[in-house]
Design a protein around this ligand. Sequence first.
Ligand code: SF4
Length: 399
Amino acid sequence: MGVLERVGLAGPVALWARTEVTGPVSRVVVARVTRDAHTHSHLRPTSALLLEAEDRATASETDSFAAVLVKADRHGETTVGESLRAYLPNELRYLEEDDVVRVDPLRNRVDVLYRRWSEHNSLLVTERCNSRCVMCSQPPVLRDDGYLVPELLQAIPLMSPETRELGFTGGEPTLLFDGLLQLIRAARDALPDTQLHILSNGRLFVYQKYANRIAAARHPGVVFGIPIYSDIPRQHDFVVQAKGAFDQTIRGLLNLARYGIRVEIRVVVHDQTYQRLPELASFIARHLGFAEHIALMGLETVGYAKTNLDAVWIDPADYQQELLMATRCLDRAGFRVSIYNHQLCLLDRELWKFAVQSISDWKNIYMPECAPCAVRSACAGFFAAGRLRYSNRIRPIIA
Ligand code: SF4
C-alpha cells in the first residue's frame, strides 16, 4: 500500500509548507518523525515527536526531542519546553513514523525530505547549474546553497536502510564536487542496499579525475541519469543552451564507463527534439552500448518549459512515429527501454509495454477525462503542471 492510500490523499502531496514554528532554538533541525514519546534519550536529538491535536505532552516529556510536530493549528497555545514546536497545516498532516523532516524556525517552514512509504524520494542537492535547458523544470538559482549538503548529510542516516531507491537532483549535483562525494559516501554507509539515482548533465565528467573519484567512493548502487537531446552536437547544445555541452557530455559518459560507473541515458521529447529521435536512438546504439537503461520522457510544463511553452510543446500524439522508431531501434539493440510521463491513450499500442508510471506521487494527477478509463491504474497520468496544456486527444480506454 502506498502513502497516498495510507493517508487517504488523492492527488499531489505537499513536500513543504510555511507554518508557525516556535521555540528557543534558532537553527534548522533535521529529524526523523516518531510517535513514540518514550524514544530513547540518545535518539531524541535527531527525532521529531509527532503529536495529534488531542495529545498532551509535558515539557519534560518533549524537551530533549529535536522538534515537536503538532497536527493542529496553534490556537493561542503557549509554547512549553525547550524543543522547537511546529504546527502542521493540513497539507502536511500526512506525516508518519520514520519520515524525515527539516524544521526551519527562521523561515517558519517545514520541509519533508523523505517519506518512508513513498517510492519517489529525491533530494534536491543544489539549485545551481552550468546549463540552461530550454525546458528545465527546475530553473537554476545563482545563490550559494552550500548549506544544503550538511543538512542532507544529517538526513541520509535517518532514512530506512530498506529504502529501494533514493534520487539526487538539482540543479547540477556535480557542481558540488567534494559535497557530492560526501553525499554518495553517506548513502553508501547508511543505505548500502539503496539504489542511488543521480540526475546530472554529465558535463563535468569530461574531467577523467572526477569520474575516477566517483568510482573511488565505491557505491555499487550509484546510477547517473544523463540526458542527450540530439545526435547533432549543435542541436543538443541549443537545447541545453551551452556551447560545447554535447562534446563534454559524450566524453563524460565515456569517462564514467571507463571507471565502471553505471549510466542511464535520458531523452526529454519535445518540439525541439522529437524529429531526430530515430537518429539519436541509432547514435546511442552505436556509441553508448554501455548504458544500462534508456528513458524516453514526456515534457513537464513547469519552469523554463512553461516560459518557453510555445517553443517546446508538442502534442505527444503527433510524435508517435518517431517514438516508435526510436524505441524499436533501442529495444532491438538490447537496451532496457522505458517510456516515462506518457499517457497510454496517446501511445501506439506497440509502446505500451515500455510505458512506466514514472511521475512522482507528489505531483501526479489524472484529468477529468480519465475517470471512466479502464487502464488508469496502469497509466502514468499527468504532471500536476500538465493542466497548463495537454493533448486534446485524451480518450478513456473503455474495457
Ligand atoms: S484516459 Fe487518462 S488514464 Fe486513461 S489512458 Fe488516457 S491519460 Fe491514461
